[in-house]
Ligand binder design. Structure first.
Ligand code: SF4
Ligand code: SF4
Length: 131
């Protein structure tokens, strides 16, 4: 079943987090893979990737909501996905090289939960052919 993102954000990875194919520590600022819709979701045409809940700080920023979000048929607010990768519209930079979240301080809760080095992290990186 398709799942929403549990994106952690663009802070440096924990020192213990390692790439699956090398001993190099993972660094979110040179990745960005989990800011993109998963291949599983794409296959199911599921695009409600990162939900913005009313309690999220982003919901208190109407100018950002208007610019960055869409509302689905269930009246849920989500960050827009753009481009071939279906990447979050707030992600700046080039995947796998240098990225940053343009709304890092107010990124919604799902963006704060993926741990670098976790199974989900590696799955998203494989989706983007970063490992
Ligand atoms: S996929 Fe992993 S390494 Fe890449 S940005 Fe997300 S948590 Fe960081
Ligand atoms: S809001 Fe920021 S951390 Fe969350 S998916 Fe978008 S770019 Fe990534």
């Amino acid at each position: 079943m398709a799942r929403a993102a549990q994106r952690r954000g663009n802070t440096a990875a924990k020192p213990s987090a390692r790439s699956a194919q090398s001993d190099v520590p993972l660094d979110c600022q040179t990745c960005g893979a989990c800011c993109c819709n998963s291949n599983e979701n794409k296959a199911e045409r599921y695009i409600d990737y990162v939900e913005v809940k009313p309690r999220d700080a982003l919901s208190k920023r109407p100018e950002l909501i208007a610019k960055l979000c869409v509302i689905n048929s269930k009246s849920e607010t989500h960050l827009k996905l753009i481009g071939r990768e279906q990447r979050c519209i707030a992600l700046e930079g080039k995947l796998g090289e240098e990225v940053r979240c343009s709304i890092y301080v107010v990124r919604p809760k799902p963006c704060r939960t993926v741990e670098a080095g976790s199974d989900e992290c590696h799955a998203r990186r494989r989706d983007q052919k970063l490992e």
